[in-house]
Design a protein around this ligand. Structure first.
Ligand SMILES: [Zn+2]
Length: 158
């Protein structure tokens, strides 16, 4: 289930992305993330997988709209109440790309992603939640999934 004013389009440098086809107001629900649940051991490399718990993933075959929403270091979308439901964090213009911060749904120690979001605040390398600075965790916590929001453990070495 997703907002009726969203569609998948090609981006300049990131493959597919999801764009607003009309203005969307802050607070509106953009997408309920879709899929089936699996443990880490059950994961298949061909799946799209969103980490929704310490050993729990919401998996998809990559064909649903929410699979195509890219990461942004300056996101206009984030999770509501710790649930895998994306809402607009601010008013979104028509033709604006939707983005959420992938660190708000990832705790796997060795995961990283090169970012091409072009935001002035771009972190260049996107890392899992436990590797973020305490300051960044504090900023992102309101829109992170529940299992990360409740994680007050400081990363090793900081
Ligand atoms: Zn970035």
């Amino acid at each position: 289930m997703h907002h009726r004013c969203l569609e998948i389009r090609a981006t300049k440098s990131k493959g597919r992305g999801v764009f607003a086809t009309a203005p969307i107001a802050r607070g509106e629900v953009l997408a309920h993330m879709q899929g089936w649940l699996a443990t880490t051991a059950q994961l298949d490399e061909n799946w799209f997988a969103l980490q929704v718990g310490p050993d729990l993933w919401l998996c998809s075959d990559g064909t649903s709209l929410d699979d195509c929403i890219n990461h942004s270091c300056d996101p206009n979308a984030g999770f509501r109440d710790g649930q895998p439901i994306l809402v607009a964090l601010r008013d979104i213009d028509a033709d604006e790309e939707i983005g959420w911060d992938y660190s708000t749904a990832m705790a796997e120690p060795n995961w990283s992603l090169v970012c091409r979001c072009s935001a002035p605040t771009c972190r260049r390398i996107i890392r899992p939640w436990p590797d973020l600075t305490p300051q960044l965790q504090e900023r992102l916590r309101p829109h992170a999934l529940a299992y990360l929001r409740n994680d007050r453990v400081k990363p090793a070495g900081r």
